[in-house]
Design a protein around this ligand. Sequence first.
Ligand SMILES: Cc1cc2nc3c(=O)[nH]c(=O)nc-3n(C[C@H](O)[C@H](O)[C@H](O)COP(=O)(O)OP(=O)(O)OC[C@H]3O[C@@H](n4cnc5c(N)ncnc54)[C@H](O)[C@@H]3O)c2cc1C
Length: 306
Amino acid sequence: MVFPTAIRQFAASAKASAPLKSSAWGPAIFGASLAIGSYFYYSSRPVAAESTLKGDKQWVDLKLIGSEELTSNTREFTFELPAGEKLGLTPTSALLAKYVTAKGNNVIRPYTPVNDLDDIGTFKLVIKRYETGKFGNHIFALKNGDTVAFQGPIPKYPWTANKHAEVGLIGGGSGITPLYQLIHAIDKDPADKTKVHLFYGNVTDNDIILKKELEEVAAKNPEQFKFHFFVDKASDSWKGETGYITKEYLEKNLFASSADNVKVFVCGPPPFSKAISGPKVSPTDQGEVEGALKDLGFSKDQVFKF
Ligand SMILES: Cc1cc2nc3c(=O)[nH]c(=O)nc-3n(C[C@H](O)[C@H](O)[C@H](O)COP(=O)(O)OP(=O)(O)OC[C@H]3O[C@@H](n4cnc5c(N)ncnc54)[C@H](O)[C@@H]3O)c2cc1C
């Protein structure tokens, strides 16, 4: 709205201070419009941010600037990016994190950022610590100002708006991170009408990671986002499902394998993945579909194992 007013003002003042021949008005106004238009266009257009992780296999040391306890064994870690830069990942992708032990051994693990991937200046990881876990114990002991080396991106399932009509997301514990990255990408884009069915299992309700964020997404748009929470051990106040995510529950609440253009994404600990989809053989081999999804008739190209 500023733009036409500005042209009008500029044209009026040009006319008052330097009368022009009528034949000169056209090019003069055109030139003025172009100049002012260019000014507003270039001054308001966001400058494309540089990516910190460039896919060039270089390790980049980034500073930890905050960490927050989410559950008894998970924390959200915030890292600082160089000024004005974004991380350099697109949905869905992971990155590699590395530290070097006192004996000089590299410990390298993949993790999945859970912030908006267009964020400038910071990114966030949610990490679960296992009792004997090398990387988990290392990062939980870091203080603000310490650094971790990162490399990436590690592309997983490239997402574009409305790529599928409906998606099923089946996750256990910290396996929510890639599923959440996809949920956030769909939620953020008003043009993306993909229907999302999440089935998320945990031991107790206190173990549910990113619960507040998930509940906000579902509350905002309950027709598009249908979320089902499961716990093994329910508290008295628990309102979700109790027990494991079963084939019978999926049959009732997930789309059928015969539906058009649907995809199911799975991420969880090994016994969980085995029961739901069968294991992934390697990063480059998804393996056959087994478990509940096989019994429900889902084919290999309808299932993605993170
Ligand atoms: C693509 C990808 C993305 C990932 N993103 C995330 C993420 O965002 N957040 C996150 O917390 N993790 C994520 N992981 C898992 C992560 O890479 C590590 O495997 C995990 O943090 C354990 O590493 P560690 O060094 O602490 O434990 P390790 O030293 O590797 O393992 C120690 C012990 O923990 C047990 N253990 C390890 N992993 C698991 C598991 N998944 N389930 C049950 N027991 C286990 C092992 O059996 C072992 O006894 C991701 C994995 C992949 C492949």
